[in-house]
Design a protein around this ligand. Structure first.
Ligand code: DC
Length: 226
């Protein structure tokens, strides 16, 4: 049998397509590093807001990206995001942060800085990275590119379930609108827009369980030598 390679796996897709869970589980199965690039855009947005700066201020956003030092580690609570020594895993998922990301993620200087950090983390392969531009910009040479998608109703249903599990009340129509708005800003921004790489394997997850999604990606990775 040929020796196993430490390949690079890029997983892109819209909010609610199951990227994070799938990428995390694939990384665990293969013993690879898991990179949640959305957590980096969230962390920079959090820094800007905490400094009382405006997310539309291009210079303040660039400076926040420059001073952000990331560590990703796994403990008994799961995957943790450490920003400049502080555990920000939960605070970066609050609606305040989510609703202010768009101008930060559209800022080309922020993107260039974060893309460099992502490439540094992935320089030796053996990584599963997920986001919006991983297969098209960050790791264009990834051995395996996956584009996950699901119908908007299904993505909203998943998000509603997640929120309800945390005891947060859900207005389903409002949730649908928010996802539509995020899809629009993710797909239409000039830099790092969400689009499928021509060489990506496309998976519609609407009718798949997480176990099935993970199995498909792991199988594709093994075909490519992982
Ligand atoms: O995957 P997520 O929902 O945590 O991502 C949060 C936001 O960050 C998303 O709305 C768009 C942005 N993002 C990005 O612009 N590029 C990436 N590679 C990952 C996320």
């Amino acid at each position: 049998m040929a020796p196993k390679k430490k390949i690079t796996i890029a997983i892109d897709g819209p909010a609610g397509s199951g990227k994070s869970t799938t990428a995390r589980r694939v990384a665990e199965e293969l013993g690879y590093l898991f990179l949640d690039s959305g957590a980096m855009y969230r962390s920079v947005t959090f820094l800007i807001l905490r400094d009382g700066a405006d997310p539309h201020d291009q210079n303040a956003s660039r400076e926040a990206a420059q001073k952000a030092r990331f560590q990703f580690k796994r403990d008994r609570r799961g995957e943790r995001v450490i920003l400049n020594g502080e555990d920000v895993t939960d605070v970066i998922r609050t609606p305040l942060v989510t609703n202010n990301i768009a101008p930060v993620a559209a800022n080309p200087a922020v993107r260039a800085i974060l893309v460099d950090k992502q490439r540094e983390l992935g320089k030796n392969g053996g990584i599963v990275a997920e986001g919006r531009d991983i297969g098209t910009v960050v790791f264009r040479d990834a051995e395996l590119k996956v584009f996950l998608n699901a119908s908007i109703d299904e993505r909203a249903r998943r998000r509603a379930k997640e929120l309800r599990a945390k005891g947060i009340p859900v207005d389903f129509d409002k949730l649908l609108q928010e996802i539509r708005r995020r899809d629009r800003s993710d797909s239409t921004r000039e830099h790092g827009a969400l689009k499928m790489a021509p060489d990506a394997v496309q998976i519609d997850t609407s009718a798949l369980t997480i176990d099935q999604q993970v199995a498909v990606v792991v199988e594709q990775a093994k075909i490519r030598g992982a």
